[in-house]
Design a protein. Sequence first.
Length: 163
Amino acid sequence: MSDATFKEASNLNNIYRLLSALPPEIDRAEKAALIDYTQSVITDEWPLLSKNQFSIPTYEKFLKIENDIVRFQPKNAGQANAHLVLLQTVTEYLELRRSRIYSARFALDPPAGIGLISSSLVFLLFSCLFKMNSGRTHLVLIGFLGLTIVGVLISCYFIFILS
């Protein structure tokens, strides 16, 4: 599991705990909805993310929780403080969720990948056409250029795919 996933789970736990400051009937209802949402993320959304999709019904479950929290009217100072922190925590969670979905869906589309690789090969071929006094120096420079291109592609893989 990545650090972002731990942050997202921790944020959900914070929301769950903060709901205890609300009236008991709201606390129970929202905690049940949060548990249902979390189970839906695990059973529905995670498998879909591996197919570059996400679950709209799962997202709608969280939007309902968010709307309930936004519409809640605090009755005392303790509830007002908890409500304020809940709103902030929900906003942070939505950003973490967007980040997870974007990270799971981000990849070079096949045409972009083909364009990147073919332009690298053309660049490498073009560098071979330059005339230099020393053939050995020319080969060394072409080798360094090729290694640089491979390094950039590997770096892109680690930055975008594994993050």
